[in-house]
Design a protein. Structure first.
Length: 269
């Protein structure tokens, strides 16, 4: 499979696929930053799914292979927007000859956060509270500096490049932000790996009727009965698994048979 990346994503995508006997052919022949950057120099015009899909198709075009992969992450959203930073990682598999697409995903919270420049001590404390492999960006009035690792390198750049000649007001506007590119963000790497694990599982899950890949739950049917009163709750009762090719579908019951009364609008209004 071809993978288009300039951010070393093959390191986390290749291992789960290797278990299927799939090896990756990595190309960097297209600057993926043209599709948008996390640090904002290039605005993202495509949705994350459109972006991942475009990368998967480009991977095929650039390598001549029939199977392409495109990965795209996005921050924000999640169950508690504003309180909890959330990362969603999409991994699109594109089968060029069949014209079939599989979208795998993983998502979860990320703890890493920005801080305002105040003093070396505050900066050191902020960096020490995060994974040592997390890289950072200095955003200052004249631009951004990316891919900086550790408090020592940040302080070196601040004292020698950024701060000289700057007014106190300008210095107070400097922010230290996490560099969210995949090779610099360990928390993202976990979700990229999990999305690749899901893709491997989707490729192994075959339709019982036509044997097409990606026989996978797509929608959930709510209505799991309350444990106390038996009324239907919003929790899923079953998942619908439908084949993309022949439209064969089954209703797959969930693991639990009853819902905790806290989810019941009669018992816990
Ligand atoms: Zn089928
Ligand atoms: Zn109830």
């Amino acid at each position: 499979m071809a993978l288009l990346t300039r951010h070393a994503k093959d390191e986390w995508i290749a291992p789960p696929l290797l278990s299927l006997g799939v090896t990756l052919s990595v190309t960097d022949a297209f600057d993926t930053d043209q599709l948008g950057t996390f640090s904002g120099e290039v605005e993202r015009k495509l949705t994350p799914l459109e972006c991942a899909r475009r990368k998967a198709q480009l991977a095929c075009e650039l390598t001549g292979l029939d199977f392409g992969l495109g990965s795209e992450g996005s921050f924000g959203g999640g169950p508690m927007p504003g309180l909890l930073n959330w990362d969603e990682e999409l991994l699109v598999f594109w089968d060029r000859s069949a014209g079939q697409e599989i979208v795998a995903y993983a998502a979860g919270p990320v703890r890493v956060s920005s801080c305002q420049w105040r003093s070396p001590e505050r900066l050191e404390a902020h960096i020490a509270a995060n994974d040592a492999k997390q890289a950072w960006i200095i955003r200052h009035p004249a631009g951004v500096m990316k891919g900086l690792c550790g408090a020592a390198e940040l302080l070196d750049q601040l004292h020698h490049t950024v701060l000289p000649g700057m007014s106190d007001d300008q210095a107070a506007s400097i922010t230290i932000e996490p560099d969210l590119r995949a090779m610099h963000c360990p928390e993202r790497q976990i979700y990229i790996y999990q999305a690749a694990q899901q893709l491997a599982a989707r490729l192994q899950s075959l339709c019982p009727r036509c044997a097409a890949v990606n026989f996978w739950p797509s929608t959930q049917v709510p209505g799991l009965p309350c444990e106390d009163c038996g009324a239907p709750t919003p929790l899923p009762l079953a998942a619908i698994v439908q084949c993309q090719c022949c439209e064969y579908e089954i209703r797959q019951p969930v693991e639990h048979t009853v819902a905790d009364p806290q989810h019941c609008s009669w018992c816990n209004p």
